[in-house]
Design a protein around this ligand. Sequence first.
Ligand code: FES
Ligand SMILES: [Fe+2]
Length: 449
Amino acid sequence: MTEIPSSSYKLTPELDKPLKISEVALRNNDTCAERYTSEAYAQKEWRKVWMKTWNVAGMSYHVAEPGETITMNLGKESIICVRGDDNVIRAFYNSCPHRGTRITEEGESFVNQFSCPYHGWQFDLKGVNILAPNDEDFPQGSPCGKARLKEIQCRDLFGFIWINMDPDTNSLEDFLGNVITTDLASYNIPDTIRVLNMTADSPCNWKIITDNFNEAYHVQVLHPGLIPYIEANYKACQFDTLPEGHNRGWFPSHNPSILQEGEEVAEHLAEIMRQWSLDPDAFHGKENHSKIRHALQQSKRELGEEKGYKHYKNYASYQFTDYVIYNIFPNTVMSIGPDGVQLLRPRPHPSGDPQRCLFDHWWMVHPVKGVKTTPSPAGGPDLPVQDCEYEHVMYGEKSLGTTADEDLSIAKMQQEGLNSSGFQGFYLPHQERRVQHFHEVLNDYMNAE
Ligand code: FES
Ligand SMILES: [Fe+2]
């Protein structure tokens, strides 16, 4: 297969799979258990990784108007993003310059100005103090017009607000690189609506979750329920380690895996086929299964726009059917399918405990005229296609969906096993090289000056 450098990567309509990128040469570094268990490692990681990388704070459409804010918590930190009266989106540490109190709570809100709940200092949307009670009583001069919230880097790109605490950071585009910026731009994510927003307080290090999404080796064992819809055999998939430190995995989908036994087309897939004017009975039998995906692509290309699937415009063939998973270093995992984006993201725990994390599950869908609900990736009833409420649960308290529950159940067991004196380091097959790449990139950040 021809490999190309990521700099010449582009998407064209006829592509049946993503272009293959020249992969990163791996060094076969050992992967120590401390990175999952040690408080000292986590503290260094905070400075070397979390304060140096771009992270998603929220959805752009939540800060569409001046005064709209998003407050995002990341580990011990909290960040406020707000659109100013000048239409610029800014981000600030959520810490009052009087005596440090947090000013806003996690989530979305609207403000005319920020008011600290402790002594009532107020700040305009540029973070500048505009009111302080008894402002004549400051020997060093009134804080009005002088004291300000500390600003950090902030960008609005691909429908997300991104933040970075490093004042000297690279641009977000350079950080993401050509492959990821090209792909994310092609999915029209700014048009989506977030219909699921859940966080589960989970009993594992955040990297156990990113590792899990960096390999599909476990799918055939842990998620047999996916086999009727998604390719689970590594030889038929494509994995890319990207030079900017991120990874990508491509899975031909809307097609039974070659691992599937039996002649039947699963009902869920049959229902989608009928929706696109295909007769599932015509594809009965194993020899016909491999034709389903192309038939769906063709049908969606022909009928999509008239059915209201406006986001299909300019899709490459594979994008009509397939799932592509993007692992953006360190923790932004996006699984993107034809009709929406799942964000599957672990965040370091606010307590600083390296053996816990917060696991976010967002589902953003493209609105289609006349379609009022969407199947929930978190299980349970279909979700209304509208901006949703936030839900925070403890691990085990409530289902996050069959697949995510299966992943989380094993995450706890892996964390426990990594605490064992018997852990001997990883023993990885080639198809798990995205895991190895992630850890080598992590080592590079940890060892950087
Ligand atoms: S700490 Fe914010 S006004 Fe005092
Ligand atoms: Fe999984």
